[in-house]
Write a protein that binds this ligand. Structure first.
Ligand code: SF4
Ligand code: SF4
Length: 137
């Protein structure tokens, strides 16, 4: 039995395809959608809890990858290094789940860790390397 949390990135042309439904129908996996979102670039992001037979699990992940879905284990931990951040706000509209927000009063960017799905999109736009990624144990 395998039980794992995964982050799936769907390119825009796959967003409305029933790939997740097939995980249950064809691979007999139980799934629980923890978070779902579409980025401004119309990439779909799903965070799923998946559970099922080991072989079925591996076949399902292979199936998703063959169909162009990027699959990432949810083992990363994201942090905002406030020593490096200059609160420029570039990362705020990039975050698909509003885990980076600009405080209207102080004009500072805050990181809401509980919302973060570790997609790493913010790290790609931060010019000051203030977004730090580490692996969970
Ligand atoms: S892009 Fe980087 S420096 Fe700018 S607000 Fe976000 S974390 Fe801070
Ligand atoms: S990694 Fe960055 S962009 Fe992705 S959810 Fe977390 S804070 Fe938002």
């Amino acid at each position: 039995m395998t039980e794992s949390k995964v982050v799936l990135h769907f390119p825009p042309h796959l967003v409305d395809k029933p790939l997740i439904y097939k995980l249950s129908r064809d691979f007999d996996l139980e799934f629980n959608i923890l978070k779902a979102s579409v980025t401004p670039q119309e990439e779909g992001i799903l965070v799923l809890e998946l559970k099922g037979d080991d072989d079925n699990f591996q076949h399902a992940i292979a199936y998703l990858k063959e169909n162009g879905v990027d699959v990432q284990a949810l083992t990363q931990d994201i942090n905002l290094n406030y020593e490096l951040c200059i609160h420029c706000g570039l990362c705020v509209p990039i975050c698909p789940v509003s885990a980076l927000v600009k405080d209207g009063e102080t004009d500072e960017v805050k990181f809401v860790k509980e919302k973060c799905i570790a997609c790493e999109l913010c790290g790609k736009v931060c010019p000051y390397n203030a977004i730090e990624v580490s692996l969970n144990a």
